[in-house]
Design a protein around this ligand. Structure first.
Ligand code: BES
Ligand code: MN
Ligand code: ZN
Length: 466
């Protein structure tokens, strides 16, 4: 899809002209006012649409009235969702060109307008032998050109991420993630098993041992002169989570190719970072491996030593993400960065608590957590702070090691948080649990089912706002 900025969107010869309408209000199209409101009693409820033919009387073939809902509830987030709805509708009708005339929408809305159109434009059909070409090719709008171009880059990053996370585990292996990282044109170092051993990453390597796939520790670097800040972003990179010897039941295993969604988000962000040339140094870090129950698999009761020397008794091999993140966090802290942010499909408990509408967030710095929550809110994601009180560590106490990797079933997202905290040193840190938001079973707002690109829009905007 290409978004073209025009002076007057009503002059464009398009398949569809979209005009908007608040509940109980009017549109800017006389035709629409006459037929939609007058004859058919269209109310303009949020994201409802109404279509009418122009029979050659206008430059556009059809008019789509897009309901924006109650005026007092309207905001950029609502616009994004509604625009996505209009694009989906246009796709159903196989319209190729759509012009938007949204007069009540000012400058501040340009970014979310574009995000809505571009996110709706996504599909994952590479494994369909018959592909339907029902994409909208051109969108016309009166908007701010620079903001539209910014949104295009963020949306491209999301698409990049969604493609990787939707890819089956047979293809999206640790080796493949490393190859993708190396292709981004950034300075990138990939550590193999032996090098990770030398670095003392006993927790990460234990998780990968049960798989025939080689583990890869990936470090991408974006440098600028005199950075205002130095940030490391870490993505959980479990390319498939079978649970290991504590094998998952079939129904829980079904979507576990998505357990590298955090890693996919880091790759998406790093794939566009240079185009924005932010004055921030950014490190993208992924500890990639599979959690499988092969003959060399790590076992319940094993004691692992992480990079910082702490020992961990394996209580459950299905709590593997925190083990890989433990070593990744130690590595990131040693870089001497100002902030570390990790994104991980970490706990079913987080999904139980917040559903698919919000990711859980925790951290050791209030300002960082608050900033991320508000950046998410402005950009179409929701982050909700969960507690990370020291008491949650009680259930992780081990008789024979420094800690266990799991404890009580209750408050599982917070327990995972306090576990991770043991591997964070002298740095501001936030942990984002995207277990519920990274991979959708059903369409939700502007997103179709499957990988959602969770974390990408928020973290990119966060980096750009520094
Ligand atoms: N990858 C899962 C968490 C997950 C669950 C992500 C559902 C997305 C959807 C993680 O590795 C896991 O298995 N967590 C366990 C932890 C438990 C053993 C303490 C869980 O949540 O059940
Ligand atoms: Mn697991
Ligand atoms: Zn997992």
């Amino acid at each position: 899809m290409e978004i073209k900025v025009v002076q007057n969107s009503k002059d464009v010869q398009a398949d569809i002209l979209v005009v908007s309408m608040f509940e109980g209000g009017q549109t800017t199209s006389e035709l629409a006012n006459k037929y939609a409101l007058g004859e058919d009693n269209f109310k303009g409820k949020f994201s409802e649409t109404y279509l009418l033919q122009t029979y050659g009387k206008e430059p556009y073939k059809k008019v789509m009235v897009l309901g924006l809902g109650k005026k007092e509830e309207f905001c950029p987030n609502k616009l994004r969702e509604a625009v996505a709805k209009a694009i989906k509708k246009a796709m159903q009708m196989e319209a190729k060109t759509v012009s938007f005339s949204l007069d009540e929408i000012d400058f501040d809305y340009s970014e979310q307008f574009a995000m809505g159109a571009l996110i709706a434009d996504y599909k994952f059909d590479k494994y369909k032998s018959e592909k339907k070409d029902n994409k909208v090719k051109e969108v016309y709008v009166q908007a701010n050109e620079d903001i539209i171009r910014k949104a295009e880059k963020i949306a491209a990053a999301m698409t990049f991420t969604r493609n990787i996370a939707n890819e089956p585990a047979q293809f999206a292996t640790p080796t493949e993630l490393a190859a993708i990282a190396c292709d981004l044109g950034l300075e990138t170092k990939v550590y193999d098993r032996e090098e990770c051993e030398k670095m003392g990453m006993g927790a990460f390597l234990a998780v990968g041992r049960g798989s025939a796939e080689e583990p890869k520790f990936i470090h991408m670097k974006y440098y600028v002169d005199n950075p205002k800040k130095r940030i490391a972003i870490i993505g959980k990179g479990i390319c498939f989570d079978s649970g290991g010897l504590d094998l998952k039941p079939a129904s829980s295993m079904l979507t576990m190719k998505d357990d590298m969604s955090g890693a996919a988000a880091v790759l998406g962000i790093m794939s566009v970072i240079r185009e924005f040339h932010p004055q921030v140094e950014v490190h993208g870090i992924i500890a990639a491996c599979e959690n499988m129950p092969g003959q060399y698999a790590y076992k319940p009761g094993d004691i692992l030593t992480a990079k910082n020397g702490k020992t961990i008794e394996v209580d459950n091999t299905d709590a593997e993400g925190r083990l890989t993140l433990a070593d990744a966090l130690c590595y990131a802290c040693e870089l001497g960065v100002d902030e570390v942010i990790d994104m991980a499909t970490l706990t079913g408990a987080c999904m139980v608590a917040l559903g698919t509408q919000a990711a859980g967030i925790m951290g050791n710095d209030d300002e960082l957590v608050k900033n991320l929550i508000s950046t998410a809110e402005r950009n179409g994601e929701r982050y909700w702070e969960l507690p990370m009180w020291d008491e949650y560590f009680d259930s992780l106490k081990s008789d024979i090691a420094d800690m266990k990797n799991t404890g009580s079933r209750w408050g599982g997202a917070s327990t995972a948080g306090v576990f991770l905290k043991k591997f964070v040193k002298d740095v501001k840190w936030a942990h984002i649990d995207i277990a519920g938001t990274a991979f959708l079973e059903k369409p939700q707002k502007e997103l179709i089912a499957g990988a959602s690109g969770a974390g990408v829009r928020t973290l990119l905007n966060y980096i750009l706002e520094q």
